[in-house]
Ligand binder design. Sequence first.
Ligand code: NDP
Length: 440
Amino acid sequence: LQRDPHELEFIQAVQEVVHSLQPVLSKMPQFVHVLDRMVEPERVIIFRVPWVDDKGEAHVNRGFRVQFNQALGPYKGGLRFHPSVNLSVMKFLAFEQTLKNSLSSLSLGGAKGGSDFDPKGKSENEIVRFCQSFMEELYRHIGPNQAPIFDTPLGDIGVGPREIGYLFGQYRRLTSQYEGMLGAKGVQWGPSNLRPEATGYGVVFYAKEVLADLYKDLKGLRCVVSGAGKVATCVLEKLITFGAIPVTISDSRGYLLDDEGFDCGKLALLRNIKIHNKSLRDYTKSYPRAKYFNDSKPWSVKCHVAFPCATQNELNHADAMALVNAGCQVVIEGANMPCTSEAIEVFRQSKIVFGPGKAANAGGVAIQGLEMLQNTHRVQWTPEDVDNKLQETMKDIYQKSLKAASDFGIVKSNPEALVYGANIAGFLQVAQAMLEQGCV
Ligand code: NDP
């Protein structure tokens, strides 16, 4: 870490894990040098992505693929297109992904890729050209046994089914392979039902488990949600199903508060606003009692549970204090590392129960495991079946985290038990596999 002191996000992610691993390392010192190696990615690929806009002007972006750890299986991890993407962000996401895949009991390693390209405001043709140019280099480093990114239409920030489709088209053209996508052969063995929804739904299932242990039910609880993308809108949808009262949604321009709570009709309107890249303020034209706050975050809104679902470090010390004052009792991360270390310290001191992203948002990768099972048995489970299995999986992740924490003396009533547990459980599997493989 001393080699790259400017990689702030990566250092933050590693420090959080190292902190949680203290009880493990003092009992099992053989893992100390494994950890030293584990925080170094196996391979980092950085490449030029030249593309031409609709006016004929040339642009160049930077592309990344961080192949972090392959001890448990082929590299797995989505792509992010956002101007803030840099090596530090890629490394932190790939490191988190490694532990998340391990925690989800998948035989998959961890990776992440992306670019500092901003898809916002680009025409369809510009997106196609960028994706093709990006794939022109990436295809050399991915494949069914290296980095099967195409077996999932899920992406990350700025990458959804549209971008995945264009990337896949170019990959297929360059390699003459139809691998990865839809179990290789036919549309009838398509992606599992609920794939796009799995991360967001999983976050709420995880929250349900946390609340059940506090003798609480989601029904009637006021929930504050940030973000307005794939994860946030699916969190909203599931909260509504469970009778919770989600009252906020936000994006990079501001946040929207509907004190009466969103319902399915309101959510459809919100999705329509975002699809057309309009302001969340437009919602108030249909629901004048709702309020829109420009350039603000929703953390001072009265709530029982908070779900940060936008981006890393969106919730800082001051925001955490605002949440405490707003009566928040539980924080569940939908995004990857949305809370700063200082915010987590505030939660710890205020005894707010905290569910970390690497466990709470693991539903997307977990569904991947279920999909592989469906393809092997050539069956397609109904959305209800997948929903039930996802719920069981999130329960399993929650319980596995608690058990790992308890094995190392961290009791359930510790507000940070779930952080310790997720990090310990994720680490131990990867570390053991690395040891058995000669620590390479
Ligand atoms: P999307 O691109 O679909 O949505 C991201 C949302 O966050 C947008 O509403 C965006 O606003 C908002 N946002 C981005 N940056 C900021 C910022 N600096 N301040 C405030 N709001 C911001 O991404 P996803 O929903 O897919 O991903 C969200 C988070 O969840 C990420 O941390 C991602 O790594 C994590 N995640 C996603 C998974 C998935 O399956 N998609 C799986 C596991 C984790 P705007 O609309 O204005 O751009």
